[in-house]
Design a protein around this ligand. Structure first.
Ligand code: B12
Length: 224
């Protein structure tokens, strides 16, 4: 094993203790919009219940927002490994996580805009990226056919009660207005119905407590 491999293994272990996953990485070119001087960009995220458990355990007195917890935890890991942390929620302008993710792991765009993963389906997210000045070995991944190409019904497209994903766009105002009504209680309690309609990765669906948390956080930030 080379030193570079062992850095990656130590990093994976450090992230795992925080419930986070090393999702993948790549060596950015100038037009990838990575911070100047970045030789390796590693993406960090969540899938499965581990991040939720770590967050519930580690957040401060229940008032900590997920983004605050993420910043604290991931900045700590970045410091220990000599990297700079970049967060998807810092902006605008926002860091181009979709473009980075496409180069780092086997994700593709779903009919409702979000990125779909062959194993996790729509039940995953990126919490940050770690920018290194050194060229590190990055995890290899096999590009896979687009997960949604073989899905004839595309139930994600039609499951939204207010058709917020028609024409390949996301009508945020219609979504938020619906969530504030009685009829939106189902999405609020269990998570977005369009997302839940997807058959891929359904065993990774967020548990109700996590789904409710994300939906409330989303709605809190939408204009009335
Ligand atoms: C701004 C933003 C939003 C805005 C969307 C604005 C819009 N016009 O649609 C708002 C606040 C509404 C939003 C909502 C959500 N978002 Co959002 N969002 C972002 C953010 C911070 C920046 C995107 C951006 O402007 N990029 C720059 C432009 C130039 O690039 P772009 O690719 O064209 O960006 C567009 C898409 O990203 C799209 N978009 C953003 N979020 C979402 C969510 C959905 C469901 C869809 C269809 C599209 C979409 O809107 C952007 C502008 O048009 C990204 C993180 C990042 N840094 O990329 C997360 C991100 C795209 N969101 C994400 C998620 C998960 C959500 C939520 C589902 C969170 C939740 N509550 O569970 C919600 C949707 C609510 C619901 N009903 O379930 C994830 C997607 C993960 C994935 N698997 O693909 C990201 C990558 C964040 C993360 N931590 O991983 N989001």
């Amino acid at each position: 094993m080379t030193d570079k491999d062992s850095v990656l293994q130590l990093l994976c272990a450090a992230l795992r203790t925080e419930g986070l996953l090393l999702r993948g990485g790549f060596h950015p070119e100038p037009d990838d919009d990575a911070p100047p001087g970045t030789a390796t960009l590693l993406l960090v995220g969540n899938a499965g219940p581990e991040m939720w458990y770590a967050f519930e355990k580690g957040r401060r007195r229940g008032t900590d927002r997920l983004n605050d917890w993420t910043r604290r935890v991931l900045s700590g890991v970045a410091d220990r490994f000599g990297a700079a942390a970049i967060f998807p929620f810092d902006g605008p302008p926002y860091a181009p996580f979709f473009g980075w993710a496409r180069q780092a792991e086997a994700v593709s765009e779903s009919p409702i805009g979000m990125m779909i993963h062959p194993a996790y389906g729509l039940w995953h997210a990126w919490r940050g990226a770690l920018a290194f000045r050194d060229k590190l070995a990055v995890p290899e991944f096999q590009p896979v056919p687009r997960s949604c190409d073989g899905c004839n019904d595309k139930p994600c497209r039609t499951a939204c009660p207010v058709d917020a994903f028609r024409d390949g766009t996301y009508d945020v105002a219609a979504c938020a207005a619906h969530l504030r009504t009685e009829a939106g209680a189902d999405c609020m309690a269990l998570g977005c119905r369009a997302r839940r309609a997807c058959p891929i990765g359904s065993d990774h669906i967020y548990a109700p407590a996590q789904a409710r948390f994300h939906m409330r956080a989303f709605l809190r930030n939408q204009p009335p």
